[in-house]
Ligand binder design. Sequence first.
Ligand code: PBG
Length: 327
Amino acid sequence: MAQFPTTRLRRMRQHDWSRRMMRENNLTPDDLVWTLVVTDKAHSEPVASMPGVTRLTIADAAKAAVEARALGIPAIAIFPHVDPSLKNAHGSQADNPDGLVAQAIKAMKDAAPEVGIICDVALDPFTDHGHDGLIENGVILNDATVERLCSQALTQARAGCDVIAPSDMMDGRVGAIRAALDAEGFQHVMILSYAAKYASAFYGPYRDAIGSAAALQGDKKTYQMDPANTDEALREVELDIAEGADMVMVKPGLPYLDIVARVKTAFALPTFVFQVSGEYAMIEAAAANGWIDGERAMLESLLAFKRAGADGVLTYFAPKAAKILNG
Ligand code: PBG
């Protein structure tokens, strides 16, 4: 490269048109997956720690699916807020064929069949201890949990879910779920594995949103990853691919862009990233205080995921961002 003064990198930054012409990454609604909280309550209600996010009744979730279609958002990921009285140690609502998630899937698929439905597989929205798995003497059981997760995944597939997304971080669950789906004729149902999921402080508002914050005993460090590690993330992803994952995810998002970049470079498969509740809350809170331009910060953070190599972003901002991107 020629040196200054022959080379002046500011030259190309002079105009809007020249900046647009050399732009390497673009964000479109196709990049967004709308993370949406559904509730079994009679009325939709705002989530206090996530301004702008509402827990939706099944009827309102169906309307959201129609809105997603209109906005060009390809898929919605559902997260349930169930009544505390329905929670127990083994999370029996997780595989209830008439439960909140199954009903939501059906209502949303009826309303807008063109929109993909992604369901979280993990027991935490349904357990009274708030953990993703079964517990015995304070230990989260792996293999017994995987059996429950297979049952949960089958319930979701039978209800019409398009993508099964295990977020529990048990070992071997992707392979077990793939086998369970195939055995029942669900070869076409995709698996998006939360492959590199970290034990993160940024999930705080989510646990408020789904009502597991009060319930959670201890932390999730024996199954979710240590934020200090990167090699381990590659091993997690490699195992999940070998077990049949169609897509993998890194979570949280912005603090883990290095992991997104490494995973995409190493495996070259559809790679997603979850801009989690705490990331959303930080941007919204700072914007509400007038400390940052919330809209610009939102779009900049979403673009950063694309730059790092993500094929798509799960985000609570999806409808807001799509409206802006659609002009
Ligand atoms: C639970 C699950 C969590 C999130 C998605 N699925 C929380 C956790 O692991 O404690 C977090 C989502 C967010 O923070 O937005 N299996």
